[in-house]
Design a protein around this ligand. Structure first.
Ligand code: GLY
Ligand code: MN
Ligand code: MN
Length: 448
């Protein structure tokens, strides 16, 4: 079993987070401050909580995984950008006996290269000092904790104004600034994404080997998620989808409760989270290891469209163009199979293909499975791809169980999804360790 273990990559060094904070502060005016709260624990039931997952923006800027933290950035117009301050959980021997070691202010400064840190007990007093005289406040406008802190700062500022001090003039959303940084991944992030992708690929291979009629969808889920954690991931990066038969046509099917039946396909959309980075893979394969003729016909259509889409990934192209290529390929194939009637242009213009393919082809991938960053530069201009972006390519076909559909195709759902890094030369597929060619899938399932 030990030989199954993959070599884990090095964690991201604190200097990388420090450089990100500096880069962000260089974008902010020197009379401003930024407030970026970390995530809190969330109650699952009564006194038990969901496993802690750090806020992705806070994590991107600090690497700290404790709950209830707050990052304050104080830009000063210097080359270093300014000062970072973190508020963190108070050291507390009793609490630490229950839930484990806390970093404390000392630990935050030492281990995370934060210039100044305070425990949360000092928050109110120290925040007033730090924010006094700052005229512009940046924070994630959608974050209720940040809103509360900003309103508190505003009340303090009003009091200071009455005493004649320069004071807070307004606030702006910091999210777009952080998200445009997160859109382009650094080499150290790509290393972690490759690892999340490799674990995910291995889990998919494992599910293909294990699948057999008589098992249930949840048993494949258990097998995938076993591999995620076995390889040092924190678990799934999103709810695992195992949809057999017509369940594959429900895009976000997560019940995973049905028995696997001979002759049906099973669609698995599952990815590991590793060091907070997401893998996101979909494969569709026959429960009993051999594709039927109609399944082959539909599968080869999706596969062709997927391979053409992957081949189109390079700097300068847009996700819009890639999606349009997929729509054209799938629509052409649906007409050839008799599932759509009419000329190609008409079917595309009327969007009749949407009966069988209603989602988009790609999304950004990173710390979040549907990662941050805008898809358009303005409403009329799709964003051109750049080296360092990471996307998914995931066309599919979902044939409803309707009377006008030939029996052979009814209730078949197929999606093929890979994770792709945009490189200066073109692209790198980071999920190719799991087969997607039908013959390769059948061979893997036959050899177990
Ligand atoms: N697993 C979510 C997605 O593929 O977008
Ligand atoms: Mn996806
Ligand atoms: Mn997916």
């Amino acid at each position: 079993m030990q030989s199954d273990l993959m070599l884990p990559p090095a964690p991201i060094a604190p200097q990388v987070y420090q450089a990100r904070r500096a880069r962000l502060m260089q974008k902010l005016p020197s009379h401003s401050a930024a407030l970026i709260p970390g995530a809190c624990l969330v109650t699952r039931s009564r006194d038990s909580e969901y496993p802690f997952r750090q806020d992705s923006d806070f994590y991107y800027l600090t690497g700290i995984v404790e709950p209830d933290a707050l990052l304050v950035l104080l830009p000063d117009g210097s080359d270093q950008g300014g000062q970072s301050v973190v508020f963190c959980l108070d050291r507390d021997p009793t609490m630490e006996a229950w839930t484990g070691r806390r970093l404390g202010a000392e630990g935050v400064m030492r281990e995370h290269l934060i210039e100044q840190a305070f425990e949360n007990a000092e928050r109110e007093k120290q925040l007033n000092n730090l924010l006094g005289g700052r005229e512009m406040l940046y924070f994630p406008l959608s974050n209720p904790e940040a809103q509360r802190l900003a309103e508190q700062a505003y009340r303090q500022a009003q009091a200071a104004q009455r005493r004649g001090h320069p004071t807070l003039q307004g606030w702006l959303d910091i999210a777009p600034l952080i998200h445009s940084m997160r859109l382009i991944k650094g080499e150290e992030e790509l290393t972690l994404l490759r690892h999340a992708a490799a674990i995910s690929a291995r889990a998919h291979c494992r599910a293909m080997r294990v699948a057999a009629p008589g098992l249930h969808e949840y048993q494949l889920q258990a097998d995938l998620e076993h591999e995620f954690v076995w390889q040092g991931g924190s678990g799934p990066a999103y709810s695992t989808i195992v949809g057999s038969g017509a369940n594959a046509c429900v895009l976000h099917y997560i019940e995973n409760a049905a028995p696997l039946k001979a002759g049906e396909l099973v669609l698995i959309d599952a990815g590991a989270e590793y060091a907070l980075y997401a893998g996101d893979i979909t494969r569709t394969f026959p429960v009993s290891g051999v594709f039927s003729t109609p399944q082959r016909a539909l599968y080869s259509l999706v596969l062709e469209a997927q391979k053409n889409a992957v081949a189109a990934v390079r700097p300068g192209t847009t996700l819009n163009e890639i999606h349009q290529g997929v729509v054209e390929d799938l629509t052409k194939g649906l007409i050839a199979l008799g599932l759509l009637e009419g000329e190609l242009d008409e079917c595309i213009k009327a969007e009749s293909y949407r009966r069988f393919y209603l989602h988009s082809t790609s999304h950004w991938l990173g710390l979040d499975v549907h990662d941050v960053g805008t898809y358009r530069l303005d409403p009329d201009t799709p964003r051109p791809l750049e080296a360092g972006m990471v996307i998914t390519v995931e066309p599919g076909l979902y044939i409803p169980n309707d009377d006008d559909i030939p029996d052979d195709y009814r209730g078949i759902g197929i999606r093929i999804e890979d994770d792709v890094v945009v490189t200066a030369e073109g692209h790198e597929v980071i999920t190719s360790d799991v087969p997607k060619e039908m013959d390769d899938i059948e061979a893997l399932m036959a050899n177990k």
